[in-house]
Design a binder for this molecule. Structure first.
Ligand code: CTP
Ligand code: MG
Length: 260
């Protein structure tokens, strides 16, 4: 298996309301995207990463990748108006040798190496699987006009779907081929009638969405760092170290130009 990650990080972060795209906002002194990328750097089964970002911030993200030293990042490409468009742009930047794709939201910096590895291991026996957790609250369907409850769903059947979402490459390309839109990748594959399995995710793998998520994410990251579960790999690379890594020269084409 040759698995490449696509990290969509091209959203506007409207619900967070920061003045920057939300994956550039800092958590514990580093941009959110650096925490996310650092996890993928540590997963042995991931051979490369395609980072998808807002078109006008491509250079900013390239500098972040360079500054923090993320050698698995193969390309930083411009995203589109929706998450689906962004992932589609990521797909067109995949290297030919990739036969599995791991899609993971840039806005989920709390994903763990163990979760990605668990998914990759299970992907040896499945073509499509997504991280998920059983929902904790009671979920009801409410009439939007009257606010009257229409239906109480059977909680034992409900799962909160997260990322990573892992697919055989050819299958994901087929799912994305016809221009359909969805809020996650699995939904596009489900439409094809192909079974998509859930595998155990993690309740802490939150998607940073609203301002209240920031202190929560800070606290969770602090706990993981204190337990030694996160490496300090995501510190900025000093200039001297960088030139030593490149043998004193700039490595040409180390970050490919995207479709910006
Ligand atoms: N995303 C993307 N391209 C888009 C929209 C979203 O790559 N056009 C990415 C986001 O950057 C994020 C993930 O998809 O990593 C999940 O999206 P969401 O949490 O909705 O992020 P935003 O769209 O940035 O936030 P909001 O909806 O509040 O504007
Ligand atoms: Mg959004």
């Amino acid at each position: 298996m040759n698995a490449v990650a696509i990290i969509p990080a091209a959203g506007r972060g409207e619900r967070l309301g920061a003045h920057l795209p939300k994956t550039l906002v800092e958590l514990r002194g580093r941009p959110v995207i650096v925490h996310t990328l650092a996890v993928f750097e540590r997963v042995a089964g991931i051979s490369g990463v395609i980072l998808v970002v807002p078109p006008e911030f491509v250079d900013v993200y390239r500098r972040v990748v360079e500054r923090y030293g993320m050698p698995k990042v193969l390309a930083v490409v411009a995203g589109g108006a929706t998450r689906t468009c962004s992932v589609r742009n990521g797909l067109s930047a995949l290297p030919s040798e990739a036969d599995y794709v791991v899609v993971h939201d840039g806005a989920r910096p709390l994903v763990t190496v163990a979760t990605v590895e668990r998914g990759l291991h299970l992907a040896l026996q499945a073509k499509a699987l997504v991280a998920a957790v059983p929902v904790k609250p009671t979920i009801k369907v409410v009439d939007p006009a009257t606010q009257v409850i229409r239906q109480t769903l059977d909680r034992s059947l409900l799962w909160e779907i997260q990322t990573p979402q892992i697919f055989e490459r050819a299958l994901l390309e087929r799912a994305y081929a016809d221009g359909a839109e969805a809020t996650d990748d699995a939904a596009l594959v489900e439409r094809l009638g192909v079974p998509v399995k859930v595998f155990p995710g993690d309740y802490d793998n939150l998607k940073i969405t609203t301002p209240g998520d920031m202190p929560l994410a800070e606290a969770l990251l602090a706990r993981e760092e204190s337990l030694g579960l996160r490496s300090p790999a995501s510190r900025p690379v000093k200039q001297k170290e960088k030139s030593a890594r490149r043998g004193g020269k700039r490595r040409p084409g180390s970050i490919k130009n995207g479709e910006d």
